[in-house]
Design a protein around this ligand. Structure first.
Ligand SMILES: [Fe+2]
Length: 275
């Protein structure tokens, strides 16, 4: 008899926690939708002109790109929506103002749990940027990573049951036989089922995207990046680094995404951004 054992090595930690406060979720939703509608009125979403922030980004890549329109005739040949990259993002400093400060307390509490569960030694951490996302019907975000960040998070305000997808990095030319069943050891993608009020945390290097919003109403989430502050590493191991001690409550005079219009940022599929 064989004593074969399959061991799971290098598992990746994904953390989640749920905020049970329907009233507060309603307040967040109202604030995000109001900013979204303002931008919709200001810029329109049919062209690719205007600022990168605060508008739809049509035509970016084709990851998870097309789902069948539920409005299409079931007897007709498949009709697909072609605006799957159309989504809206707010400015990236919403964590510094109301009504998001209560969410940030929840994020801070749970990021601490996440870091402590990994046994990390750290002095401080803080959310560097946070922004809201609105996905209209059929839209999703392509696969991407979050550079210049240690831990990333998303908070589902109104998830519409569209999961966030995490991908394990396997070289593109790896051998992948068809499988009879899925276990973590033979899978390269996992769908994290969202619940409204759920916060999900993961290492920022991990590739992720979202599945298309199949609802006719907007899917709404808030994303953020967390960096460590103070001293990390150890001088005796030649890994020490002193990082600035920011405060995530510091205020910046940013309340209007229109100022990003002057940055002239071009959308770059696969580029270094979070979008
Ligand atoms: Fe992301």
């Amino acid at each position: 008899m064989s004593n074969f054992q399959l061991h799971s090595v290098f598992p990746t930690g994904i953390g989640d926690a749920i905020m049970h406060d329907v009233e507060y979720l309603g307040i967040l939703k109202k604030d995000i939708i109001s900013q979204y509608r303002k931008d919709e009125e200001k810029y329109g979403f049919e062209t690719n002109e205007g600022p990168t922030w605060g508008r739809y980004q049509p035509g970016w890549g084709k990851w998870y790109s097309q789902i069948k329109s539920p409005d299409s005739d079931p007897n007709a040949p498949d009709q697909y929506l072609d605006d799957s990259r159309a989504f809206w993002q707010s400015d990236p400093y919403i964590h510094q103002r109301e009504p998001y400060l209560k969410l940030m307390d929840f994020v801070d509490e749970n990021v601490k749990h996440y870091l402590d569960a990994h046994g990390y030694v750290y002095e401080k951490f803080y959310t560097t940027i946070a922004w809201s996302n609105v996905y209209r019907h059929a839209s999703s975000i392509h696969e991407h990573k979050h550079p210049n960040s240690f831990v990333s998070w998303v908070f589902f305000v109104d998830a519409k049951n569209a999961p966030i997808l995490f991908r394990h990095e396997i070289p593109d030319n790896s051998i992948r036989p068809h499988v009879k069943f899925n276990i973590p050891e033979n899978s390269f993608q996992i769908a994290w089922k969202p619940v409204n009020g759920m916060l999900v945390m993961w290492p920022s290097w991990m590739t992720h995207g979202s599945s298309p919003n199949q609802s006719n109403e907007e899917r709404i989430s808030i994303s953020g990046n967390v960096m460590l502050g103070g001293k990390i590493g150890q001088s005796e191991h030649l890994t020490e680094s002193q990082l600035d001690n920011w405060s995530n409550k510091q205020t910046q005079d940013i309340d209007d995404s229109s100022q990003f219009a002057n940055l002239n940022i071009e959308p770059q599929p696969g580029g270094p951004g979070n979008y």
